[in-house]
Write a protein that binds this ligand. Structure first.
Ligand code: DGL
Length: 261
């Protein structure tokens, strides 16, 4: 059982930003990553549709004997993780926008949050938001169009820069000193965002927290892979493999596979 893989799914390639943090912290774990790119973006879908897609992805990963499922997708986590936990026995690790650390550390008391519509309108996001931002103003912006460009392999283009100029404008005028990346695709545009925003703005994401939580749950449930071999990784895409391949090319022992799914 302990050598069984950790499963990951996201609406597409973005969750690999989190997957990389997990395999860096847990180098002996085998993993399977499912990029559901055919159905991306999830961020504009209804809660019901997001839950159905999450069921489909979970059942695929369970058929591959995954011992734990990480959901490095804020939209899927905030809309579906409670459903998944209630219906399947396997442990699930979710991801949520890092509102708490930003709200604790901000000096200007103004925090930007960039996420999908599905995340910002979810009950879980609104609950966390209410709990941690009592003395802080938050400026929430939907990153419309960003996921599509990253999925199409256009993260470092002028087209992306032009899109981000418009998206970051409300952050520029509001005086934020923290920007929370509330979508797992966005770490791939962190540098461009940093370049567009004033230097005082610290951009944070939740990847490292997910990795720490994965380690914690594996230990707690006696599921750690004790093998000394480096982990092996299979990354599936149901649309095209080029973007997944280029975003993960630095990782050893990985195979990128096109899936009819
Ligand atoms: N990567 C996802 C997230 O963290 C979803 C993006 C999308 O499909 O809209 O929210």
């Amino acid at each position: 059982m302990n050598e069984n893989p950790i499963g990951f799914f996201d609406s597409g390639v973005g969750g690999t930003s989190v997957w990389k943090e997990v395999i860096e912290l847990l180098p002996h774990e085998n993993t399977i990553y499912l990029a559901d790119s055919k159905y991306a973006p999830y961020g504009r879908k209804s809660r019901e549709d997001i839950i159905s897609l999450c069921i489909k992805n979970t059942e695929f990963l369970l058929k591959q004997n995954c011992k734990l499922i990480a959901v490095p997708c804020n939209t899927a986590t905030t809309n579906a993780i409670s459903y998944l936990r209630a219906h399947y026995d396997v442990p699930f690790i979710g991801i949520e926008p890092a509102i708490k650390p930003a709200a604790i550390q901000t000096d200007t008391k103004k925090v930007g949050i960039l996420a999908t519509k599905g995340t910002l309108s979810s009950e879980l996001f609104n609950k966390t938001h209410k709990e941690f931002t009592q003395n802080v103003n938050t400026i929430e912006i939907v990153g419309t169009g960003i996921v599509e460009l990253i999925e199409a392999g256009k993260k470092d283009t002028e087209e992306m820069r032009d899109l981000l100029v418009g998206i970051t404008e409300p952050f520029m005028i509001s005086g934020i000193d923290y920007l929370v990346l509330g979508c797992s695709h966005y770490p791939y545009i962190k540098e461009m965002l940093q370049d567009l925003l004033p230097r005082r703005v610290r951009i944070i994401d939740s990847g490292a927290a997910v990795a720490r939580q994965t380690l914690h749950i594996l230990k707690e449930q006696n599921l750690l892979n004790e093998s000394v071999k480096p982990g092996e990784h299979i990354l599936y895409s149901n649309l095209q493999t080029q973007t997944l391949d280029s975003l993960t090319s630095e990782i050893a022992n990985r195979e990128v596979v096109l899936l009819d799914f």
